[in-house]
Design a protein around this ligand. Sequence first.
Ligand code: SF4
Length: 260
Amino acid sequence: MSPWKYFVILAVTFTGAAEVSINSSFGEEKDAGSAYLADAVRLFQVKIPSLEQTQLSHQELGSLVHACLEKGDYDGLKEIELKVGAARFVAEPVISWALSSDWMVPTRGQGDREVWTELAFEIPIAGQILVGAMDRIVADSQKNIFSIIDFKITEKPKSVSALTEAYQAQIELYGFALTVLEPGLTLQNIQALLVNISRGHIQTVPIGLGKLNLLQLAELSSEIVNGKNGVPRPGALCRMCEFRMSCKEGSDSLSFLSKD
Ligand code: SF4
């Protein structure tokens, strides 16, 4: 995977919208609702396909699994397995993990623990607006730890190195966004976790924060939006890159690999 992919993703992610000043506390952000929720719906609404569709794309299947995890709808996960078949999705390991994971415990009204799902944000960075939505945030105010949980649904299990390489920048941006949303929060108080779900398999991968220069990344994204060419860096992750159809270098590297 090349950083170029990230630059393009960021180029798409950073919008030219008017700068938004975000200085509310995390709680206020959650309650303020209207503006952010409207934006969240507008920007991130996922069109959930009907389960009656016989051939769900992998992306659609991923959206369904995502939606069930966000709602804690474990019967929904079983229903997905019934509909698409165990050859594509097995609910049991996902349910077992979710039921045994501290990160998936819902908020029960205790004051020291809060959970947000699909937390949308718009954060100013390097003169641009970073727009995104985090799958799940768990805040433990007793330990002063915020956890970012991000679900990745893939057809086959991915190696830890492939997942880290592919998603380090995304998770780092989430970490940065959290420090802006919650004044006083630092990266040292944030832990991040990828949850990779594939057929019959689930693995969790901690992602360390503070390893990338996000300002530099944002500036480069801005330059690409304004017309500068990115630099393709073909590698193993070209296989899962959504830009490969328009990336000659990536396509060439894949055809070269398939001849081996
Ligand atoms: S297909 Fe192109 S853009 Fe995508 S990872 Fe490969 S080199 Fe980068």
